[in-house]
Design a protein around this ligand. Structure first.
Ligand SMILES: NC(=O)c1ccc[n+]([C@@H]2O[C@H](COP(=O)([O-])OP(=O)(O)OC[C@H]3O[C@@H](n4cnc5c(N)ncnc54)[C@H](OP(=O)(O)O)[C@@H]3O)[C@@H](O)[C@H]2O)c1
Length: 464
């Protein structure tokens, strides 16, 4: 009976998805004589909590009733008065709680207060389900970093794109609709510039009453074309482009690398030519040999590079994009990035070149790229509690190695596309032994049309 009411509580709580962040999802049911007297949920950030919403609709009848709630009632004044206060006021006899609230302002004190005033409290009703429902809230409040889910669609032979670089569409309609449900659950959605140059995605939420997540792009050298869907819609959907601060040299610079000032200079010289080349590429032009030549000659590096960069930042800002500059880190061995085109297509030199340009190869790469831990810190500090990463293998690989991934959503399509290219969902150096593999826990398999969704959590955020 208790579990049955708690299941109803969880269903109610889910209705707050996309509206209450960074608060938790909470539902509440008031029961008297084995029947539901009132029920409600936390409807919007800053609004009343679930308990208050439900109890306000009960009137005097609440006296002597039982109250079910998935999260420990709060006992502090925040944007709204404490829930323990109204529970006591209304004369609730027993409270059934799913799980405790780790928020230091609550952390067991809500329950202690209720018991102190004679209310019977039982905890741990469907505890695992209750923790899972609010995994984002628990992670964010305990670490200050966004809860991070990595999502990709993959063929049965482990590819996330065809030889051409296209990944639209690997899965069918049901799976793609499910992705939009996921997007509603996360505050932000993130991709690397490789994905944007290949697919020009919108990264929005296309379901009824869906809320668009904040869009975040990792683009060290500002290669994002002004003509992209992301830029063109930035005036109506919050869009953040994270790039490198070219004036900063990473503290982790390798000892045997070139001297720091020289490396920083090289970065300044090369960084600013790339956006222009990518821009030209999207406009259908060939990659700019003159620009590469100028770059090799080191023509007017500082002033020209700085001017182009300023111009690009200005254009992006005018379009409504927020540009964040972040500390860089040394770029690792690039041979892992998915720029190698299969042998079968080697004769198609023109399209290969276009493909390489789209992925950043064929251009000189700056020796620096943005630091993901620094970006995650800043995102956490700015109130972003959760991120759905929909990148290619490069960004996924970096995130896993940094130990930043908490959950995986892998959509599997019963298709085989073969090929020798390295378009796997996770790029970069792998593991040597199977015993080092990242193990997913609490795995679930959900059939979606002709596809499947396999999801699970990386409890210890293990890296590879
Ligand atoms: N099937 C799917 O679910 C799916 C989803 C998305 C994409 N894809 C496919 O994946 C392919 C693109 O793959 P991709 O690996 O190039 O895309 P990506 O992972 O989205 O983007 C990679 C780029 O992100 C930038 N980046 C910035 N900071 C980074 C960091 N710290 N670590 C790693 N990368 C960082 C790098 O460019 P800078 O250094 O210039 O910043 C890097 O080249 C396309 O073919 C696309 O269609 C498939």
């Amino acid at each position: 009976m208790e579990e049955q009411f708690m299941k109803r509580v969880l269903d109610l709580a889910r209705q707050g998805e996309g509206r209450v962040s960074p608060n938790p999802l909470v539902g509440c049911v008031v029961v008297k004589n084995h029947a539901i007297l009132a029920e409600d949920f936390h409807r919007e950030y800053g609004g009343f909590h679930a308990e208050r919403n439900a109890l306000l609709s009960c009137g005097e009848q609440a006296a002597g009733a039982d109250l079910y709630v998935n999260l420990e009632p709060c006992c502090h004044h925040g944007k709204t008065p404490p829930c323990t206060e109204i529970i006591l006021e209304k004369g609730i006899r027993r409270v059934f709680v799913g799980c405790l609230d780790p928020n230091p302002l609550v952390a067991g004190q809500g329950i202690a207060q209720l018991r102190q005033y004679g209310v019977e409290v039982q905890t741990g009703i469907l505890e695992q389900e209750c923790y899972r429902l609010n995994e984002i809230f628990f992670h964010y409040i305990q670490t200050g970093r966004p809860f991070t889910a990595m999502k990709y669609a993959m063929t049965l032979d482990g590819r996330i794109a065809a030889d051409s670089g296209s990944s639209q569409w690997i899965t069918g309609e049901a799976a793609r609709n499910h992705v939009h449900m996921l997007r509603r659950r996360y505050t932000a959605i993130l991709a690397g510039i490789g994905t944007v140059l290949a697919d020009d995605p919108m990264l929005d939420c296309r379901i009824e009453e869906g809320v668009n997540p904040v869009r975040i792009l990792c683009d060290s050298d500002l290669r994002l074309p002004l003509s992209s869907h992301l830029v063109k819609s930035a005036d109506r959907i919050r869009t953040i482009v994270a790039c490198c601060d070219p004036g900063t040299v990473p503290s982790t610079w390798p000892q045997d690398a070139e001297s720091k000032p020289r490396a920083a200079e090289l970065h300044l010289q090369s960084a600013e030519l790339k956006p222009r080349a990518a821009e030209l590429h999207l406009q259908g032009a060939e990659p700019n040999p003159r620009a590469a030549e100028l770059h090799l000659q080191g023509a007017e590096p500082n002033s020209r590079a700085a001017k182009e960069r300023e111009w690009k930042i200005d254009q992006l800002r005018q379009a409504g994009v927020e540009v964040w500059t972040l500390p860089p880190e040394p770029r690792p061995n690039q041979s892992y990035e998915p720029t190698q085109i299969s042998n079968r297509r080697q004769t198609e030199q023109v399209s290969d070149l276009r493909q390489q340009t789209a992925n950043g190869a064929g251009q000189s790469r700056s020796p620096l790229r943005l630091s993901l831990p620094a970006l995650w810190k800043r995102l956490g500090e700015s109130g972003i509690d959760s991120i759905l990463v929909e990148g290619g293998g490069t960004i996924h690989g970096s995130l896993l190695r940094e130990g930043l991934v908490n959950r995986v959503y892998a959509y599997l399509a019963p298709k085989l596309i073969g090929g020798e290219c390295n378009r796997a969902p996770i790029q970069g150096p792998g593991i040597l032994r199977m015993s080092d593999a990242c193990q997913l826990l609490d795995t679930e398999i959900l059939p979606l049309g002709e596809d499947w969704l396999v999801s699970g959590v990386l409890r210890k955020e293990k890296s590879i």
